[in-house]
Design a binder for this molecule. Structure first.
Ligand SMILES: Nc1nc2c(c(=O)[nH]1)N[C@H]1C(S)=C(S)[C@@H](COP(=O)(O)OP(=O)(O)OC[C@H]3O[C@@H](n4cnc5c(=O)[nH]c(N)nc54)[C@H](O)[C@@H]3O)O[C@H]1N2
Ligand SMILES: Nc1nc2c(c(=O)[nH]1)N[C@H]1C(S)=C(S)[C@@H](COP(=O)(O)OP(=O)(O)OC[C@H]3O[C@@H](n4cnc5c(=O)[nH]c(N)nc54)[C@H](O)[C@@H]3O)O[C@H]1N2
Ligand code: SF4
Ligand SMILES: [Mo]
Length: 676
């Protein structure tokens, strides 16, 4: 039996909680928060001032009416079936649902596929698609490899493009901090120093977008060290090593150092640590996603060459953002994967689904979320959006409004009115994560049962109920959506998805259960590839890209151990070319969040750059990329690379929409005390 606690809806760590005093949550012991701790965001999980939707809405043109649930269901189904009848099944799109349960994601993709389309995706995968696809293609599964608890056994922990001290704080404090306190070496790879860096003994601050080169440089250094490569592991458990080693052999080390602009001594020290350690684990976030998978592939090569996969204390941790981002993928809200990450192109996988459903899902992969958005109003005429807000995005909001507005019909399930619900023809008001029963899967594949710990507002229903009602009305003569409860949906998921085979809803107590049922750590005996071997790739990164005239005179901006290690004075290079400052963004947020850290909207800038641009600490400045500008306060700090500036996503949005990630900084046009 499960205890009376929910899984925290605020992030993918998956801490357990229940209501405490004064509208605050209290932690309940779970696999991700073994000492029952919560972060500030989790403590505020029940505390929302957002006005909830409590009645279904139907809108045609300017006419908006609150309607009964029956009317809303009938109207939504009429409209979806009309689109399908006139334009075919691929004119429908389904966007779900990393905020929702595994069961709800399963139902959403089942509805899409029974209606005849694989156009189902979840947008949040955009945050980690490079790393997860590299894992799926080369070792087996799009998921974190080892349990969080094994970080306590790691000798070296590499954190790249992530800030878990602030973004996954309970996982960081429960597993990384104690490991470091017990002697593990923490290496932070990030152009910007942050709270994670404070615990690190080494900080490599490469030029943004050059992480692949950093990992290749580490591999190249380790291959040259006697005993650096784990030859036994490479021979027994991998393939493609020779080609990889050859490509490393012709890799231009000096040029790569110059482009990544990392300090060679620091790099060699880190390479020594990785080569000497028995157990190396890597934690990756959104910061290494910008290069089409080069960084992810280079990191996997490094870990494979050193034998750091499939053993305790090793592996890759994908620091997924939203509560059920892993589960949305596992349950099949992916255009080319059926439940259990099975390719839709695989006849055996389709047959397994057909056995259960009585109908075979279509074989042709659907469109991804961004392709779907592009197609709205053209090939795609109707959409069902469950717990996503595509209208809020890095893309131009007017463009998105026009895309959503061009659909024949849009059906949305949400807790609150949003920019997306404004375009909806039918809005279903639903229950939140802490108000419903179901399972969610956290960053280390723990499938946990979440029980309602507060009453949903009267007038709402769960997403599960809504999807079943829609499904039953789409197929009135069938029993495709005749489930009594979440347990029945979960049971079907475990029959269809090989990843979840053997897990029973009733056995999911407060401790949860990792998929696959039989092993906590993936790849202990074999990798999930056809021949059971992990696959090397060759070094694909181009060391000759860019035209930086780099001077190799190494200089350290900061001699204390927390200071950043970058190599040459990139800042001079950048300014000589009159390139402006490279903008780096972190703190990507989900709207659901009333994030305490989001209040820091300052631009971080290195003292040399501040001097060059004539601005001082705490000034309000104008940041511009030529297309857009923003006023914001600045923090002058040496924990950022010269030539690079940092902004939280909430402020950086206007710049991310453009092509250029280069900005300039100048005096504000508004008086300082009147700042944004
Ligand atoms: N409190 C709170 N926590 C959250 C969330 C929230 O809203 N509030 N949201 C959750 C969500 S949805 C997500 S996706 C996660 C995000 O979790 P993270 O990915 O850990 O969070 P970010 O702060 O976006 O970190 C991105 C980091 O990448 C760095 N970076 C940028 N460019 C590069 C580069 O080229 N190379 C390297 N090596 N680093 C680079 C940035 O400096 C930044 O430190 O956080 C989750 N956690
Ligand atoms: N401009 C901008 N764009 C961003 C980011 C940013 O910082 N700035 N961050 C990026 C990142 S990291 C992410 S992960 C994405 C997040 O993108 P989205 O997932 O699209 O956005 P969210 O605001 O997290 O949530 C979408 C909606 O889900 C609803 N919701 C919450 N729980 C439930 C539930 O149980 N059921 C239903 N039906 N609805 C629910 C919320 O009320 C909200 O309206 O955005 C990305 N895009
Ligand atoms: S770390 Fe994430 S799951 Fe845990 S309490 Fe904080 S927001 Fe919730
Ligand atoms: Mo995210």
């Amino acid at each position: 039996m499960s205890d009376d606690s929910s899984v925290c809806p605020r992030c993918g760590v998956g801490c357990r909680l229940a209501p405490g005093d004064n509208a605050r949550a209290r932690g309940v012991v779970g696999p991700a928060n073994p000492d029952a701790s919560l972060c500030q965001s989790g403590i505020a999980a029940y505390d929302s001032d957002r006005e909830r939707l409590t009645q279904p809405i139907v809108r045609r043109g300017d006419d908006q009416r609150s309607v009964s649930w029956e009317t809303a269901y009938d109207h939504a189904v009429d409209r979806l079936l009309a689109v399908r009848a006139s334009h075919g099944p691929d004119a429908l799109a389904f966007l779900g649902a990393p905020h929702c349960t595994n069961e709800e994601n399963y139902l959403l993709q089942k509805l899409a596929r029974l209606l005849g389309t694989n156009n189902v995706d979840n947008r949040a995968r955009a945050c980690h698609v490079s790393m997860t696809r590299a894992l799926a293609d080369r070792v087996g599964w799009a998921a974190t490899t080892n349990p969080l608890s094994e970080l306590l056994d790691s000798d070296v922990i590499l954190v790249a493009g992530a800030n878990p001290a602030e973004r996954q704080p309970v996982a960081f404090n429960s597993f990384v901090r104690p490991a470091v306190n017990a002697g593990a070496t923490l290496v932070h790879i990030d152009p910007v120093g942050n709270r994670t860096t404070r615990l690190a003994s080494h900080h490599l601050a490469p030029r943004p977008g050059t992480d692949a080169l950093v990992f290749d440089l580490l591999s190249a250094t380790i291959i040259d060290k006697p005993g650096g490569v784990d030859t036994e592991f490479v021979e027994e458990r991998t393939r493609g090593y020779e080609a990889f080693a050859d490509s490393v052999g012709i890799f231009d080390w000096e040029r790569a150092v110059a482009i990544a602009d990392v300090d060679t001594a620091a790099l060699e020290t880190v390479a020594d640590h990785v080569a000497d350690a028995d157990r190396v684990a890597a934690l990756v976030g959104t910061g290494i996603e910008g290069d089409d998978g080069d960084a992810a592939n280079a990191l996997l090569n490094l870990l494979l060459a050193t034998g750091n996969l499939g053993r305790p204390g090793t592996g890759v941790y994908v620091l997924r953002g939203l509560v059920n981002e892993q589960g949305a993928t596992d349950a099949g809200c992916v255009p080319d994967w059926l439940p259990g990450q099975q390719p839709v192109t695989d006849p055996a996988a389709r047959a397994r689904v057909a056995d259960e459903w009585g109908i075979e899902p279509p074989a042709k992969p659907g469109k991804t979320a961004s392709e779907l958005l592009e197609s709205f109003g053209r090939e795609v005429r109707g959409a069902v959006v469950v717990g996503e807000n595509p209208a809020v995005s890095k893309r131009d909001p007017d463009w998105l409004d026009s895309r959503l507005g061009s659909l024949d019909t849009l059906i949305v399930c949400d807790l609150v009115a949003s920019r997306t619900t404004r375009h909806a023809e039918v809005v279903f008001p639903v229950a939140a994560g802490t108000e419903k029963t179901g399972t969610v899967t956290n960053i280390d594949r723990h499938v946990q049962r979440s029980e309602p710990t507060v009453e949903p507002p009267s007038g709402t229903q769960s997403d599960r109920r809504v999807l079943c009602e829609l499904g039953e009305r789409c197929f009135p003569d069938e029993f495709f959506f005749a489930y009594d409860d979440a347990a029945e949906v979960f049971a079907e998921l475990t029959r269809v998805a090989p990843t979840h085979a053997g897990i029973s809803f009733d056995d999911l107590d407060g401790a949860g259960r990792q998929w696959p049922f039989s092993e906590q750590r993936l790849y202990a005996d074999a990798f999930g590839t056809d021949d059971g071997r992990a696959v090397f790739t060759t070094v694909t990164t181009q060391v000759d890209r860019g035209s930086h005239s780099v001077d190799n005179g190494s200089h350290d901006v900061d001699s204390d151990s927390h200071g950043i290690n970058h190599g040459s004075d990139s800042h001079d290079v950048d300014r000589e070319d009159n390139e402006g400052l490279t903008l780096v963004v972190g703190g990507r947020a989900s709207e659901i969040e009333s994030d305490p850290s989001a209040s820091d909207t300052r631009l971080r800038i290195h003292p040399d750059d501040a001097a060059a641009y004539g601005v001082s600490d705490a000034d309000t400045v104008r940041v511009s990329n030529g297309e857009a500008d923003r006023e914001t306060e600045i923090e002058v700090t040496d924990r950022i690379r010269p030539g690079t500036v940092y902004l939280p996503a909430s402020v950086a949005d206007v710049f991310l929409r453009g092509e250029s990630s280069t900005v300039t900084v100048g005096p504000s046009s508004i008086p300082n005390d009147d700042s944004a």
